[in-house]
Design a protein around this ligand. Structure first.
Ligand code: IMP
Ligand code: MG
Length: 177
């Protein structure tokens, strides 16, 4: 890991500013609603923690963990729920909190799955979006940054479970696997 070369793509200051901006819009949109933030583990945890502290409205949080079958680099679209929500989302205004949308397969599955549980509304906020890589039609309702087709780590995002603690979002240039 020490020999890995990285380049900062989004600094922690830029991210903080963007998270504040997103929180402002979301606070206005969800005023008077029954907001439940559903954080997708593990990548979105840092984003969730920063975002929720900037939201000025009542809210609840819950967590889901999913994994896609197949190799880690090529998403198969078959998603397995590793950890489900603790509570019912019926009649809640659910906002999925995701780190990054890549092929869109994970979120596309999750959206259908959660919609079948009859929330009052269901929207998606993602910190990062790689629109070039999309395989299925899915767009976030709120997005921090659109980024090019490069593998990024930091601010919760990992490569082989490492780098999640880096405060900036960085591009991995060379890595030992
Ligand atoms: P999708 O189903 O292809 O949209 O995959 C989304 C998931 O893949 C994200 O929630 C991340 O966990 C992971 N992922 C996609 N791109 C990256 C990346 O550049 N760095 C780290 N993880 C990524
Ligand atoms: Mg993820």
């Amino acid at each position: 890991m020490d020999g890995d070369k990285i380049r900062v793509l989004l600094s922690s200051e830029e991210i903080r500013e963007k998270v504040r901006e997103l929180a402002g819009v979301i606070s206005r949109d969800y005023e008077g609603k029954d907001l439940l933030l559903v954080c997708i583990l593990k990548g979105a945890v840092i984003f969730l923690c920063d975002l929720m502290r900037e939201l000025k409205i009542p809210l609840e949080i819950d967590f889901m963990a999913v994994s896609s079958y197949g190799s880690s680099t090529v998403s198969s679209g078959i998603v397995r729920i590793i950890k489900d929500l603790d509570t019912s989302i019926e009649n809640k205004d659910v906002l999925i909190v995701e780190d990054i949308i890549d092929s869109g397969l994970t979120l596309s599955y999750l959206r259908e799955n959660l919609l079948s549980r009859n929330p009052r509304s269901l929207k998606i906020v993602t910190l990062l979006d790689k629109p070039e890589r999309r395989k299925v039609s899915i767009e976030p309702d709120y997005c921090g940054f659109q980024i090019p087709d490069e593998f990024v780590v930091g601010y919760g995002l990992d490569f082989n479970e490492k780098y999640r603690n880096y405060p900036d979002v960085c591009v991995l240039l060379e890595f030992d696997s």
